[in-house]
Design a protein around this ligand. Structure first.
Ligand code: SAM
Length: 336
């Protein structure tokens, strides 16, 4: 492999430039979605393994100031359960140039935190919601908390964390019939809905290509109740393909990572809660920034390591390749 550039942005061998940084703030979660982790949870990262708040802010600063990152999304695990979240958002919002800051959350507690996060500098949220049926929600997440998520969504909208986006994963025999209901709910409340194809990233390794609900099926189910027309807006590096609903302006998106991969336009780089850079959700290798940072590396050295990690990014995730290997870490530990 040729050598990574010694300065400038996070470019890879295929010319893609990563400007969108996903930062996992914790591997823990207060839901137990059946397709994500087992009922008893997972062996969590120990305290000293986790980056401290200052360490996270330092690495994000290196990414913004030296590596051309313009978007920072906090995720997890569940980012709202990280005690230092508001301070981290405020520190990142104070960086120059100021990145856009968003959060992917299950929405629990967001009703109480939305305004303070907005005041700290958060721009937007994505809330995960796979069903609007209370019993189904309790079964799917193993917690009877649908009302709290709905309150979180409403809190985010009233705090101005807009557009409020909803991410939904449909699963065969679980909620595959709910696409039109979820879209009706989103339209009625002014939220932007995006369906995400289920990916092989579950801790239990139960994903099955043969039974996953595909983008084509989702679009067919929506098409039976709504008129969908391709959204003329430019997609760019956005993972979702979008459609105007009933002539617009409302849209619905589908992130078809499995059946219509968009790796050629990927502009993401990831930092795990224990300070590992991942070039891709499906990467089988990580680059340790925490060790370097704690050993006294300066910003230039951290940036150099980050560039090298991204230079090695593969052309595609290869889910459909017979040699595909599911990453050792599940989605909750990588940062979804
Ligand atoms: N706890 C936060 C949340 O619920 O949004 C952030 C982390 S969660 C892992 C991020 C997103 O990943 C959620 O929308 C969840 O539905 C999605 N997700 C988890 N496992 C998935 C899988 N195997 N395939 C596709 N999406 C998945």
């Amino acid at each position: 492999m040729t050598a990574a550039p010694t300065d400038g942005v996070l470019v890879d061998r295929y010319g893609r430039v990563a400007r969108d940084l996903r930062v996992s703030l914790t591997d823990k979660c207060n839901l137990r979605c059946t397709y994500c982790m087992p009922a008893e949870g997972l062996p969590w990262l120990a305290g000293p393994q986790l980056l401290g708040d200052d360490e996270i802010v330092r690495l994000v600063r290196v990414a913004v100031e030296r590596l051309g990152v313009t978007e920072v999304r906090f995720t997890g695990g569940e980012p709202l359960i990280r005690p230092g979240l508001v301070g981290i958002v405020a520190a990142v919002a104070a960086l120059a140039p100021r990145p856009r800051i968003s959060l992917t959350t299950n929405g629990l507690g967001l009703d109480r935190l939305a305004r303070v996060l907005r005041d700290a500098g958060l721009d937007r949220v994505n809330v995960s919601l796979d069903t609007v049926d209370r019993d189904r929600f309790a079964t799917l997440t193993r917690r009877d908390r649908l009302a709290d998520v709905l309150a979180g969504l409403a809190g985010a909208a009233s705090a101005g964390l807009t557009p409020v986006k909803i991410n939904s994963v449909l699963m065969r025999g679980v909620n595959e019939d709910e696409a039109p209901t979820l879209l009706r709910f989103a339209l009625d409340h002014g939220y932007q809905l995006r369906f995400i194809e289920q990916m092989p990233l579950d801790a239990q390794h139960g994903w099955d290509r043969g039974t996953m609900v595909t983008a084509d099926e989702i679009l067919a189910a929506l098409g039976a109740r709504f008129t969908l027309t391709p959204d003329p807006a430019r997609r760019g590096a956005a993972p979702a393909e979008t459609w105007l609903v009933d002539g617009g302006p409302a849209t619905v998106g589908v992130i078809a990572s499995v059946t219509r991969p968009f790796c050629g336009d990927c502009d993401r780089t990831r930092l795990t809660a224990d300070g590992q850079v991942r070039a891709c959700l499906f990467a089988t290798e990580e680059s340790d920034l925490r060790g370097a940072l704690r050993a006294g590396a300066d910003d230039a050295e951290l940036a150099r390591r980050w560039r090298t990690a991204m230079w090695g990014k593969r052309a595609g995730h290869g889910i459909d390749d017979p040699t595909f290997l599911q990453p050792t870490r599940p989605m909750s530990a990588i940062g979804g």
